[in-house]
Design a protein around this ligand. Structure first.
Ligand code: CA
Length: 422
């Protein structure tokens, strides 16, 4: 077992039940200090752990990691130090925060390296180089195929043979807490064959998870399913905002474009693959058998509970979906093996999103398109209003956590509020 993952560990920091950040999590993020400097941090309970300060106080002596990476604006340089050095760092953080009297004398110095989360602004954690979006949930692909094409042939012939994906846009990916303006664009009214221009009317979320690359390859290299985990640093929550009316008119023949690239929201904490180790599960059986380069051994899916809340301005919100990352038909290792099978190189800071994560039942669907079934089944809200899609003033909040042996590893939130068209 990885030392820092031991479910018996206790910290001298009070961690409330239900917290996303017990001592077994120790995620990485970037925060802005009260004097306006961006620094790399970890988290425990309700506190951010300032790694620059920890280093200054001498707590990180003897580690191999280059400590200058803690003063950077993004986690890219820390990730590029490699998994072994980051793992050493995570184990040291665990020791400092454990209840070992006198060893690190943490408690008396805690005020100097811990800051309450309510007093800091979390920043975009990654300088995202390239962003790819997959389409790897069989429930989601089946629902969309049923609605828009043919219920008897919902999946296209390639779907069970390769993880379908497309290249997205990195410039418009924002961190949780960033407002989103309703996009404008071209769409075609239901009763017309002439397109119109205006604000998107069918604004939607897509419940996804993203994985971040911590090790690069050279052009021409391929990454096998068994090597893939060496390249995956960690996971975040990902809301791939989608304008369904714009998307529907533009997507044939080259796929999503302006219906997708206006914004995506990520959570500020990167949860390491190491912290997720205890939550591996077997993925769904793949039929027919996949080609050899997509075959894999072991458990490559993760049991991560996911939920989506819609919260109107000034009134109570409602959880509209509860899904799970374990449902994914294609796992991350297969996605990365497929992405690189042609020699496409990957870089530290690349982001790969899963595609909408729908479960088998309507209350586990990962988009309003599916939840409201193209708008035919509106969702009633606590204030008496209805939602088919997302309205101006609504915030969409995604959350995720794993739980086992009394340990709950959480992801924090990916939250974004929709403002009227700019
Ligand atoms: Ca998507």
């Amino acid at each position: 077992m990885i030392k820092a993952n031991n479910p018996n560990l206790k910290s001298w920091v009070d961690v409330l039940p239900g917290s996303d950040f017990p001592i077994q999590n120790l995620p990485f993020g970037v925060f802005e200090t009260t004097f306006g400097e961006k620094r790399v941090c970890s988290a425990i309970g309700e506190y951010v752990i300032d790694l620059v300060e920890l280093e200054y106080l001498g707590f990180l002596e003897g580690l191999r990691i280059d400590t200058s990476v803690f003063s950077r604006e993004f986690l890219n340089d820390l990730m590029a130090e490699g998994k072994e050095k980051v793992s050493e760092l995570r184990n040291r953080l665990s020791e400092i925060l454990q209840d070992i009297p006198g060893k690190w004398n943490g408690e008396s110095k805690a005020k100097q390296f811990m800051v309450h989360m309510k007093d800091v602004d979390m920043q975009m954690p990654i300088k995202i180089q390239d962003y790819t979006d997959f389409y790897s949930s069989i429930e989601h692909a089946t629902n969309v195929g049923t609605m828009f094409r043919d219920p008897d042939n919902a999946l296209l012939p390639n779907w069970r043979h390769l993880p379908v994906g497309y290249h997205g846009r990195a410039s418009s990916i924002v961190v949780s807490g960033t407002d989103i303006h309703r996009p404008k664009g071209q769409m075609i009214p239901a009763d017309s064959d002439q397109p119109v221009y205006g604000p998107c009317r069918l604004l939607d979320f897509e419940l996804e998870m993203g994985f971040v690359i911590g090790k690069k390859t050279k052009l021409g290299d391929t990454v096998s399913t068994s090597e893939a985990e060496d390249y995956i640093f960690g996971l975040i929550l990902f809301n791939d905002w989608s304008a369904r009316d714009i998307q529907k008119w533009e997507y044939v023949p080259l796929g999503p474009f302006l219906g997708k690239n206006f914004a995506s929201t990520v959570s500020p904490w990167v949860i390491t693959l190491e912290a997720l180790e205890p939550f591996r599960v077997q993925g769904p059986k793949q039929e027919p058998e996949v080609l050899s380069y997509l075959q894999y051994e072991g458990q490559k899916n993760y049991d991560i509970h996911l939920e989506v809340e819609i919260k109107p301005e000034d009134t109570e919100g409602k959880i509209v979906s509860r899904s799970n990352f374990k449902y994914m038909y294609w796992n991350m290792c297969q996605q990365l093996a497929h992405h690189t099978v042609n020699g496409c190189n990957i870089n530290v800071g690349d982001l790969y999103a899963s595609g909408t994560i729908s479960g088998p039942t309507p209350d586990s669907y990962g988009s309003m398109l599916e939840i409201s079934w193209k708008g035919t089944k509106p969702v009633s809200m606590p204030d008496g209003t209805e939602r088919k899609f997302i309205q101006d003033g609504d915030s969409v909040i995604m959350r995720g956590f794993c739980e086992k042996d009394g340990v709950r590893i959480g992801f924090g939130e990916a939250e974004g509020k929709v403002l009227p068209t700019k």
